[in-house]
Design a protein around this ligand. Structure first.
Ligand code: PSU
Ligand code: MN
Length: 308
């Protein structure tokens, strides 16, 4: 059972999220593109359930966001989560087409950008994901820069990720974030992580060592009236990482395949992730799941610290 938030906006909270909102409990938003376009079934469903469980264990409430039959859901009950994980042909929604999917009564998964918009509308300040979109390699030719970066600059949500995916041009991604005024804070490490690996070879712009310090930084930003989002980079646990040098070999092959198959636009990131899954015999997926779980835990801790 869910209830409408407003008669104007077709947005529905799950019972669990509605209850959390009414008692002011910490909530962590979760995206759904990672479920529909980022991982194969049934691993995607296991991942979606385990991140929700971790967030509850840490004393917060999970809110997975998706558009189902034209309704923007903030929090998915079990049946909806299960159905979404098996939906083929769901749209991949960003700022440009979130409203389109609602207007046309479609079903679509939200990327980082669209999830931030949904979270902000629902008053949720913390969001956990795997890796954000960024500036693609050869962007100087393709102009392929994820709308996630623009969204981070304008929407006031803290996004916890494992860095930018190593398939991207990470130095250029950090440059764009700096230009747009997005704080990039690596958790407990001086180096910026590269998703599957703990070290991108680049120094992190900022470092903080506790959820309380991150919450405090956000409070000062609020006091100063500095709006927009903030990126928290949380390195994948050592036991689960794939070293950068090794990953780079697979990435080069995946990028070659994408060029050969003339992949462009929204299809690029899902294509590369799937290609890497196969090139690494599933290891990249195991690492991907481990880092999302790790991010869910930190995001919940930050949400709890913000509520204090
Ligand atoms: N991180 C993952 N898996 C994913 C994504 C991120 O581990 O599937 C998704 C996110 O939804 C992110 C999107 O917003 O990829 C970026 O897509 P693009 O590069 O087309 O902007
Ligand atoms: Mn793109």
């Amino acid at each position: 059972m869910t209830r409408p938030v407003s008669t104007l906006l077709p947005m529905q909270y799950s019972d669990e999220v509605a209850a959390a909102k009414s008692r002011g409990a910490p909530i962590v938003a979760l995206e759904s593109t990672i479920i529909t376009h980022g991982m194969p079934y049934p691993g995607n469903l296991d991942m979606a359930r385990s991140v929700e469980r971790i967030i509850r264990e840490e004393g917060a409430v999970p809110a997975t966001i998706a558009v189902i039959d034209g309704v923007l859901h903030v929090g998915l009950d079990n049946a909806r989560l299960e159905a979404l994980a098996q939906t083929e042909g769901a749209m991949k929604l960003s700022r440009a087409d979130l409203a389109f999917a609602i207007a046309e009564r479609r079903t679509g998964a939200t990327t980082v950008a669209a999830t931030m918009i949904g979270a902000a509308r629902a008053g949720i300040r913390v969001f956990a994901t795997g890796g954000i979109g960024g500036v693609h390699r050869k962007a100087e030719e393709t102009f392929d820069i994820s709308a996630d970066l623009d969204e981070l600059s304008r929407t006031g949500v803290i996004v916890v990720c494992a860095g930018a995916k190593a398939i991207l041009d990470i130095p250029k991604t950090l440059e764009v974030l700096e230009t747009r005024g997005v704080p990039v804070v690596t958790y407990d490490s001086p180096v910026f992580p590269a998703f599957w690996s703990r070290d991108s070879g680049l120094k992190s712009p900022l470092t903080l060592n506790s959820p309380a310090a991150i919450a405090n930084f956000q409070k000062v930003r609020d006091q100063l009236g500095v709006d927009g989002g903030m990126l928290i980079a949380n390195p994948v646990p050592e036991a689960d990482e794939i070293e950068r040098e090794e990953m780079e070999i697979y990435i080069a092959r995946a990028l070659d395949n994408a060029e050969r198959d003339e992949i462009a636009g929204k299809a690029v990131t899902p294509y590369l992730l799937d290609s890497l899954f196969r090139l690494t015999d599933g290891r990249s997926l195991k690492t991907n799941i481990a880092l999302v779980e790790n991010n869910a835990r930190l995001a919940a801790e930050i949400a709890v610290a913000l509520a204090d």
